[in-house]
Write a protein that binds this ligand. Sequence first.
Ligand code: SF4
Length: 508
Amino acid sequence: MRGFLFGACRSGIQIGCGVFGAINFEKQPVFPYIYWGMRAQNHRGHQSHGFLTYDNGKFHIYRNLDLIPKIKTNAIQEWFGRLPGQVGIANVRYTTSGKCDEKSLIKGTQPVTASKNGLKLAISFNGNVVNTFQLKKEICQKFPSFSYECDADLISHKMLIELMRSNDLASAVETCMQEIEGAFSVVGITKDGEFFAFRDPNGVRPLCAGHSENQATYAFSSETVGLDINSFKRDFEVEPGEFVTVSKNGFHREQLANGHRASCAFEFAYFARPDSCFDDRYVYEVREEFGRNLVKENSTIVKNADIVISVPETGDDAAMGVHEASGLRWERASRRHRYVTERAFILLNKERHATIDKKVNILASKIKGKHVIITEDSIVRGDTTKVVIEKLRKMGAKKVYLFVTFPRIIGPCFYGIDMATYGQLIGSKHNAEEIAHVIGADAVCYQSIENLVKATGFTRDQLCLACVTGKYPTPLAQKIADEMKKRFMEGYEEAGRLYEIEEAIQKA
Ligand code: SF4
């Protein structure tokens, strides 16, 4: 294990994009469950990972950068020794707040802990806090040496402040739900080994619960694939504003806040695994419906096309839908190099172009002279799509029509997806026709917002669609977005990511 960071826990640390937690009531070590639960969700964050278990009043932690490692058989006992106990939480992360140089990434790795006056807790978090400045100010008054590395630090310390006031976990979580603006799906452990989970009142990021067949182990997971890999039965989705604890008798659910549900629509198009399930619908089924919708919306282009291909792998299910609705052959002529695993969207700018070029192999003889529809999940910056289209042109494609399942992204996300400024979004500056010109396609066809909503099975007001409509489900995010848009239109240089944006607004 090269360069790992583990040992007795220290106060403060981290933020994340995929969470898992489990508790066993028959004295089985929890580590294998949290390991596999998190490994199944490594697509939610590549930059760092971490595991934390609780045993005999102590937290034990392991954190490192990059993907979750494979564990060799002869190292299993070593891992069990390092991470003992029957309750544990885990995290994978990519940065949507905080800095992202290597030193900061290490410091920002989750799970985090916070402690004061004999109180202690550990959390793993997925989402993004919007009112960071207000919270930092409050926390620094109570914890003068508080060091912010990521948003999980804010949530864990805010919880601790509220626990010091009330000594009651549910009240502490309730106040957090009232006073923290943003997206937060959290799993955690108290100093007494109590295992809990909660979700922000808008339920922006997913969180579900399940248990083992013999009812000895209970778990929370960002996506259902984390339960499936452990052969756990899915029980329920943690509701927006809900707080859940676990005892031998199962889950205890409490509704602490009645927010307005605004689940992230982008999870359906890009972020979640296709075999994950939201509200009893598999994500891949929704994506197939996206493909069928695109056929309905673009009948003239479909008539003139010879084949459909996909940007592997997030465009695959939509390609299946296009094939079903149009009868066009889904030519599997774009293949992914299996062990080049980086998600282009998550990569840093300088790495992105080189990596996408190496990730996708296009089979020239299947493309040459053809009118090709290519399905893609979304266009954020446009650079990765441009590389794929350049490749198709080089291979002799006569026409390239890009079918995009997620509508045109026109504004930043403040809830845990890394698109924080207007300037980085090609859709904030150009319409579909102009984008086609910039990326070299003959046409760019976005799915309509209306059809996307219908396909998810949710109603429009149950989804966050802020990045495609400009209407944010929380007030400060709306204020920041409006101010940043105004400044962007006036030609001001954008300050950067969310935490910097708010600072810029305060200075304005
Ligand atoms: S702004 Fe877009 S990406 Fe962010 S939570 Fe809302 S729908 Fe998802």
